[in-house]
Design a binder for this molecule. Structure first.
Ligand code: AMP
Length: 454
């Protein structure tokens, strides 16, 4: 715990006022460490994930340092780009800029976000009007550079946010081109969830003796997240998911899949079953992605199915649960995924459905987070289980059946090898039993969906 206050961090009244209005009372550990270092002018390399408060950790001292340049003049010349924030995804770009707008609301500093997938012409007039703080994805920034709609020769501060993900997404060549255009005399900050050798090399290439800050160990997963694994055949995952989605904690859930295809299919299937679900992935247009995210944030959609890239950096308040429908093959992605829950001190639950084929990846994850995750083996549908394909077909029949006819209070849940006793902090309790219509014989109900009593 740190006892530092925002006032101790020597932030200006305009910024303090905005923080108070946003309901921030105490700096998070990364903020308590990073803000003084940035204000002193050091380059910074910080190991911190989304959810730690890292955006404010760079945005607040950035605003503080830019304040003397703030001008109420409308002349574009008075608003050159002085701070450049590069981020890997459009969603993160939007969120970062939204945060900056919040913190800068009582200043004359201007910010703008530019990202691909939308008409570049719409961004140009805003850029030309002049902005001190530019948040951008690398590809779209290069487009603007080529079209000469942005000048970067007055940049005095550079932030690479989620640098590890930028490298994973192949942005290294774009980054190098952009870095070459920036003044050498500048302050550089880099935020990364992991410190791979590539990240270290990148930091050596573009930073000057950076101050190193790590809030939690970079590869450790958050302590306030309860993790649980269900060992389950791939073909039975859908049914287990449907069951988990009925839990009390499952009012707002992100379900992760490995591929866009699975994300779309799962969203469609869940929608057919009456679950308010939608998918967010790279094949959707920017507009669609923003609409889905907004519906999820507003609670109109309760289950967001996402691939790793699409979900990266999503800031959704008080998300109580994430479910890994398929576990990631890169162990570090697991840490990113479960970081969507348990934010800003809240507790969260991360459930992973792990098939026998995926168990080797689970071992890697446990090695990385240095924790053995609690496991529960979930039974197969029982004798007479068919081939995967046949089973899947049958399962969808069963799902339809379930919504029409699941019993309210069966006595035992044969899904689980031992009676299913979810603890408060682990799997969600079963709930929302669908009333069977009168006259439906119980024998038609597949054992798979029978829930325990109470
Ligand atoms: P970030 O890691 O920057 O994505 O921030 C995660 C969430 O924590 C965002 O919703 C922020 O608005 C919020 N947050 C950041 N700093 C603080 C703070 N000091 N007090 C309360 N909430 C914060």
């Amino acid at each position: 715990m740190n006892n530092v206050s925002f006032t101790d961090l020597k932030l200006s009244p305009e910024i303090l006022k905005a923080l108070a209005e946003a309901g921030y009372t105490t700096p998070t550990p990364i903020q308590a460490q990073a803000i003084p270092a940035v204000l002193e002018g050091h380059d910074l390399m910080a190991g911190a994930q989304t959810g730690t408060g890292k955006t404010a950790a760079f945005a607040l001292p950035m605003l503080q340092k830019l304040l003397p340049h703030a001008s109420s003049s409308t002349s574009p010349a008075r608003h050159p780009v002085r701070a450049l924030i590069l981020v890997p995804t459009r969603e993160l770009a939007i969120q970062v800029e939204e945060n900056i707008k919040t913190y800068a609301r009582h200043t004359h500093l201007r910010s703008l976000v530019v990202f691909g997938g939308v008409d570049i012409k719409q961004q140009t007039p805003h850029l030309k009007a002049g902005v001190e703080i530019l948040v951008a994805t690398p590809g779209r920034l290069l487009d603007h550079i080529e079209q000469k709609t942005v000048l970067l020769n007055q940049v005095q501060m550079l932030v690479l946010d989620e640098a590890d993900r930028m490298l994973d997404m192949g942005f290294m060549p774009a980054l190098k081109r952009i870095l070459a255009l920036l003044p050498r005399q500048r302050q550089s900050l880099m935020f990364s969830a992991t410190f791979s050798s590539e990240i270290k090399k990148l930091s050596e290439d573009f930073m000057n003796y950076p101050t190193l800050i790590e809030v939690a160990r970079s590869n450790a997963s958050a302590e306030n997240i309860t993790q649980k694994v269900y060992l389950v055949e791939q073909a039975n995952k859908h049914q287990l998911l449907a069951k988990l989605l009925q839990g009390d904690d499952a009012k707002q859930v992100i379900v992760f899949t490995k591929t866009k295809l699975t994300a779309s299919r799962l969203a469609r299937e869940l929608q057919r079953e009456g679950v308010s679900a939608d998918a967010i992935h790279g094949d959707k247009s920017q507009l669609e992605r923003m609409q889905v995210l907004e519906s999820f944030k507003q609670g109109k959609v309760s289950v967001l199915i996402a691939t790793d890239v699409a979900a990266r950096g999503l800031d959704i308040d008080s998300l109580p649960m994430v479910i890994n429908y398929e576990i990631p093959h890169a162990a570090e992605d697991y840490v990113h995924r479960i970081g969507r829950t348990g934010r800003a001190g809240a507790s969260g639950t991360a459930i992973s459905l792990v098939s026998p084929e995926e168990e080797k990846y689970l071992l890697e994850i446990e090695k990385l987070i240095k924790t053995e995750i609690q496991k529960e083996r979930v039974s197969s549908p029982g004798p007479g289980a068919k081939t995967h394909r046949a089973q899947r077909g049958e399962a969808s029949e069963h799902r339809r059946e379930y919504h029409a006819s699941a019993p309210k209070k069966p006595s035992h849940d044969p899904w689980f090898d031992k009676p299913y006793e979810p603890s408060v902090s682990a799997a969600p309790p079963a709930k929302k039993a669908v009333e069977p219509p009168a006259g439906k014989p119980k024998a038609q109900i597949p054992a798979l969906f029978v829930r325990r009593s109470g």
